[in-house]
Design a protein around this ligand. Structure first.
Ligand SMILES: C[S@@+](CC[C@H](N)C(=O)[O-])C[C@H]1O[C@@H](n2cnc3c(N)ncnc32)[C@H](O)[C@@H]1O
Length: 299
């Protein structure tokens, strides 16, 4: 397949993250359905909704299902990476075809675009709702990106930006190998890695204030936030254990030399089926984190 992707500003191979993103979508499915119901509640009939940085399409599917339940509309998926757009489109089209009492039509469209630079309002119709989850923090000028997204809104439309929340936790404090506190040290090292990644994004602009302030500065009103909790308690099922293993391997990869040899050895044992501490055979693995949704309305 010939794949054309738009430019992203970090060094992350997003297409390679597809299976991890799909697994997380599965674990977030119920929460995403209730967030989608909440943010689509006051939409007008035949609304236009845009999922920016849609990834593997977990929320795209939830938004398609919510639109279908409330009488139909148009869902536009935007991402810089063609493989992810294709996956998200497949998920959204399947959700839009689910039987509902109204059987209303939901049109699903895709746009390949680098939202760090393009003026999306020249590429898509005015939106009643824009959802942008975990994408704006990957863009060089986050405030400018939010202002550009706000320009895509129709008067009265809403922008919902999911950013931050509480750090992901999957492991007990003492995993029985190495020093206790492994996951906390990995998360701290990951934060250092991300700070460095942001600092090396060409033309990166600091945004030394919070997301609702950014929405205010983009001209939006009625700004506020809410959070949702992803809670799969121990003993987690195989999807939770697979997610935890994939995350641990990713954390070890991105943190590299930032963690000690002892911690790297502990990670290797946790990921190796030959050791008794192996993650895949444990009954104390869980998934717990929170995401925060910041929202505002164009007057
Ligand atoms: C962390 S994932 C978030 C996916 C999904 N929204 C979620 O919350 O699970 C970030 C997504 O943003 C996309 N992305 C990164 N930089 C982008 C850019 N400059 N323009 C458009 N999409 C971008 C990636 O391809 C990826 O799908």
């Amino acid at each position: 397949m010939f794949v054309v992707s738009a430019h992203t500003h970090d060094d992350i191979d997003w297409a390679a993250r597809l299976s991890a993103m799909r697994r997380l979508d599965l674990l977030e499915r119920e929460c995403l359905a209730s967030v989608a119901a909440r943010i689509t509640e006051h939409l007008p009939d035949s609304a236009t909704v845009i999922d920016v940085g849609c990834g593997a399409g977990g929320m795209s599917a939830a938004l398609a299902a919510a639109l279908r339940r409330r009488g139909g509309g148009t869902l536009i998926l935007v991402d810089a990476v063609d493989e992810l757009l294709a996956a998200a489109s497949e998920a959204a089209v399947a959700a839009a075809a689910m039987p509902t009492p109204t059987a209303a039509e939901v049109r699903v469209e895709t746009v390949v675009a680098d939202v760090g630079t393009v003026d999306l309002h020249e590429m898509v119709p005015p939106a009643d709702l824009i959802w942008a989850s975990a994408v704006v923090h990957h863009l060089p000028d986050q405030q400018a990106a939010i202002a550009r997204l706000a320009r895509v809104l129709r008067a009265g439309g809403r922008l919902a930006v999911a950013e931050g929340g509480l750090e992901t936790r999957c492991l007990p404090w003492d995993v029985g190998v190495g020093e206790p506190g492994l996951e906390q040290r990995l998360n701290a090292a990951r934060n250092d890695w991300f700070a460095e990644l942001r600092a090396t994004i060409p033309d990166a602009v600091p945004m030394p204030y919070g997301w609702t302030t950014a929405l205010d500065r983009a001209g939006l009103t009625e700004t506020g936030s809410f959070s949702y909790l992803i809670d799969h308690p121990a003993p987690g099922d195989s999807t939770v254990r697979d997610f935890a293993a994939e995350r641990l391997a990713w954390l070890a990869e991105v943190t590299g030399e930032r963690i000690s040899d002892l911690d790297r050895a502990a990670v290797r044992r946790l990921l190796d089926p030959g050791w008794p501490e192996y993650l895949g055979a444990r009954d104390d693995v869980f998934l717990l984190f929170a995401r925060t949704v910041h929202h505002g309305r164009l007057p």
